[in-house]
Design a protein. Structure first.
Lengths: 121, 243
């Protein structure tokens, strides 16, 4: 790995770390969901420091070049994170449904309580 | 109202923009069955469904926005659980379901013959229905009904002729189960029947006459049939995989 690409990767790594920590600090990103991004960051860092690992993995999976190994893993990661978000969205949709149903029932209860109160007065 | 009756029964009517028909449906039920509580679930309607239903004398529960047919039904199930009803009848708010059949639906549940009774438009003998009253539906929908009816029939070992029917009566244990998170909120259909069978509930179909939807804004239109077919296959599959 050339020195220039090492510098570029290093800068990207630092920028990414600062961004993740800052998002958590400003409560824009929940700790719960920051794990995945820290894991990505760690992956990039390891590959930068230990380039032979990438070569070894490329050899192991029979990839022609190191770049395609990198792209393969990046792609798998993106698919996984999309799937993860779909799960989160499904959970949120369900919660919103439950909340709105509860809201509707409570509102109805409140209305009938008000009505009985008015009748009693 | 029916608080003094030993077995409280509620009629729930999910309605989304049914302002033209809802009052008629509610009036008919209240005239024929004054001892039943009528609850309209206004599913985020943008028209005057809510006002019309209240004026007609129904209790109205309004979802803050549209949760879909299943979501509205479930609001009704939750209401029935919360208020300790013993029996529940569900029917559509567009006048497709004739309230005259409410007694026929509820009777097998009351006398313990079944836990859930489904009104089937395909069990009506042809001689009884003239051309006006025999149910007519788009071809694609008919095929869908037949296919999923056949799958349900095969899986539960009991004839299911009309899995899409929203005209049903059930007892407390059934709607208690359906008010939980197992209920599919988009298109409750054959998958619910299979799920209830696997939960050891007794299911019965009885003939009811249905009118075609007055204006065809049914949930099986546009691109939706494709999603419907996909969803139903998937939903039946996962229902079978769940314990």
């Amino acid at each position: 790995m050339s020195f220039r690409i090492k510098i570029v990767t290093f800068v990207i790594c630092i920028a990414m770390l600062i961004l993740i920590i800052d998002l958590v600090r400003r409560r824009k990103l929940r700790e719960e969901y920051s794990q995945l991004w820290f894991a990505t960051w760690l992956g990039i860092l390891i590959l930068m420091v230990w380039f032979d690992l990438l070569k070894w993995i490329s050899h192991l999976i029979g990839a022609v070049s190191n770049v395609s190994t990198l792209f393969l893993f990046a792609f798998i990661f993106l698919v996984m994170i999309s799937l993860h978000f779909s799960v989160v969205i499904s959970k949120l949709t369900n919660r919103i449904k439950d909340l709105s149903q509860q809201h509707a029932l409570l509102q109805n209860e409140l209305e009938s309580m008000k009505r009985t109160q008015q009748l009693n007065e | 109202m029916s608080e003094n009756k030993p077995e409280k029964t509620v009629v729930i009517i999910p309605a989304h923009n049914e302002g033209d028909y809802i009052a008629g449906v509610v009036n008919q039920i209240r005239a024929s069955y004054p001892y039943l509580d009528v609850v309209v679930i206004d599913d985020g309607s943008s028209d005057d469904t809510r006002t019309k239903a209240i004026v007609a004398g129904a209790r109205v529960i309004s979802n803050p926005f549209s949760l879909g047919y299943g979501g509205a039904l479930q609001t009704g199930y939750k209401y029935a659980v919360k208020n300790g009803y013993q029996y529940l009848v569900q029917m559509d708010g567009d006048g497709q379901h004739d309230p005259a059949y409410i007694d026929d639906l509820i009777e097998p549940v009351r006398n313990g013959e079944a836990d859930i009774v489904i009104g089937s438009r395909f069990l009506v003998p042809l001689s009884q229905g003239d051309n006006q009253q025999v149910y007519r539906a788009p071809m694609a929908r008919k095929i869908g009904m037949k296919v999923f009816g056949a799958i349900a029939t095969f899986l539960i070992g009991q004839k299911v002729t009309d899995p899409t029917s929203g005209y049903q009566a059930m007892e407390n244990r059934v709607f208690s189960l359906l008010s939980g998170d197992k209920f599919p909120i988009d298109y409750p259909d054959a998958d619910v029947i299979i799920m209830l069978h696997r939960a050891h509930f007794r299911i019965k179909e009885i003939p009811v006459r249905m009118l075609p939807s007055p204006d065809d804004k049914s949930m099986h239109s546009g691109l939706k049939p494709i999603y419907y077919v996909f969803k139903m296959f998937l939903s039946i599959l996962v229902t079978l995989l769940r314990k």
